[in-house]
Each structure stands twice: as structure tokens, then as C-alpha cells.
Ligand binder design. Sequence first.
Ligand code: ZN
Length: 344
Amino acid sequence: MSQNNWESLSMYQNQVSRILKNSFSNHRLAHSYIFEGPIGTKRFETAKLFAATLLCTNLSDSFNPCGVCHNCIRVENESHPNLFVIRRDGEKIKKKQMKDLLIEFSKSSVEVGPRIYIIDEAERLNVESANTLLKTMEEPGAEIYQIIVTDQVNSLLKTIISRAQVIHFKPIDKRLIETDLVNKGINPLYAESIPEYTNNYEEAEKIALNEEMTSLILFVKEMYLSLALQKGSVILMFKEKRELFISDALLTDFVLSMMILFQKDILGYKLRHLDQLVFKDQTEILEKCSKRMSQTWIEQTLDEMLGLKLKLKYNINSQFAFDKMLLTLERGYIDGISSRSNSI
Ligand SMILES: [Zn+2]
């Protein structure tokens, strides 16, 4: 979010924003919070907003940090001596990291004012480090606040959960991510489909800025264009391009996911669910394809695509499986045309 404050947060996490802001205005802050929810739902940004609200020297009447004072800037850079951020070291949050934190707790702070500890990806705590964390929660100092960020609240010790206030973060609305991407200068032709692939806000932005991936969105559109206009074989098109992605599991999954979205759109067009279309800029192509393919065939191809997606997870020979799926796609189209001309 461009300006990190409670109002901008409320667009994405209305309830979270309301609960925390009320706690500030009622002077009823808890000392330990668990920010729980899927990745990419602004949990960590909210933890930093919480810290900035506590440390800002120029807080507004509505409890918004100013964003420009020395403290706000140091919170943003994570360089404020009263702000501690613990991130995993390798796969896990190590016991030593938590021990160091415990030592920090026992010292008096370098600067006056509250101290905030953010533990990111707390599902990465091992048993030992979780027990050390628990010790820090047993006797929280008056001006000490802890925020435990996790996507698996149930992986935490029950004793940790019971000592904290759990704040639930919901997945962010896809259309909101789309609007945000467009506002950030991302081409709307990409912004419309990426949030359907992931509603992890950060990941969506990364994909939108990755030319390799956005070019694959265009490729899928070109394939369907070719299919609609009968310009050539999609199997051949695929062969020409597949070197770009077939050896990379993530890119292969991405191409297939975009095809699934397009295929779903064709079905959506046929069923006149026009308000649910993803590729809103492709209605002409969708119309042509939906007219030429029977509903049964659209659904059958879609099933095959979904089956392929599952197979790719288990490293089944993807070239062969892709070719088979593309053949179904192409055949459905041609059959649709011939059955139409037969009926005329
Ligand atoms: Zn400030």
C-alpha cells in the first residue's frame, strides 16, 4: 500500500483495521497478537503499521502514523532500535534467534518508548524456539508488544495461542488486486488474469512485473485467437514456444492455468455468465470459440486441462500430456465447425 495507514489497510482488511484501530483508540492493546491468514494478505505490513503507530512522534488524531518522522522512517526500514523483526534463518527460525530475543527482552531499551517484536512465518518455529518464544510471553513488560505472523495458526503451541489475541486476515479480493496492479502501471491486459492465478498480493505483483510470465499470457491469447480464426494449428504454435517454459515447472503450470482460465471463459460465454469473465478484453474471441464448440466439448477439454494440471504436480511427461490435451482442444473446435456446417 502506498501510504501505510489504517484507512488504506481497511480497503484490504476492513475488519482487521477496525479491530486494531479501536484497540488504539480505547487504549486496550494486547501485548501479544497472532496475525493469522494466508500469505500475501498484508499481515506483515499491518505488523509494521502497528509498530509505526506506537512509535510515530507525530501521530494523527485518527491514530495514523505520519510516515515521514524519524521514527516512521526507521520503522519502515526496520532500523528502529525498538523494533525487532525475526525471520527464519534457512528453513527454520532457530533457537539461537529466539534466545537472542529473550536476552533483548531482559535489557532496557536503547531508546525510550515501546518495543515491538515481530516474528514472521512463525509456523517455522521448531519446538525449542517455540518454547523460548513462550517464555517471552509469560511476563510481557508494560511497553513490550509482540506480533506473531503465521499462515498456520494451528501449528503454534496452544499455550502460545492462548496468551495472544488472534487477528484473522482474509484473502484479498481479486478485483482489488487487479485495480491495484493497474494503478501501479501494470497493463490491464495482464492485470485481469493474474489475480485469478494467485490472490497472494506480493506474488501477483511479482508476476505482473515478470516479462517472461506476462509474455506467456499473451501467448495463450494468441493461441486462442489462432483457434478462433483458424489461422493455424495450436499444436504447432505450442511446439514453437514450448522451449520457453516446458522445462520450468512453475512456468508450465502458469501457461496451463491461463489456458484453463480462457477455457472457463469460453464456457462462461456460452452460458452467458458475462459478468464473470476473466479475459474481458477477449470477448470477440470468446464468442467465436463458444459458438464453434459444443458445451460438452468445452467441458471435456476443461476436464482434460484440469487433469493435466494435477499430473504435472507428479512430474508426468508433460510434453506428451500437453500434446494430447491440445489435440482435444483443436479437435473440439474443428468438430464444432463441421457439425455446424452439417446442420446448415
Ligand atoms: Zn511518524
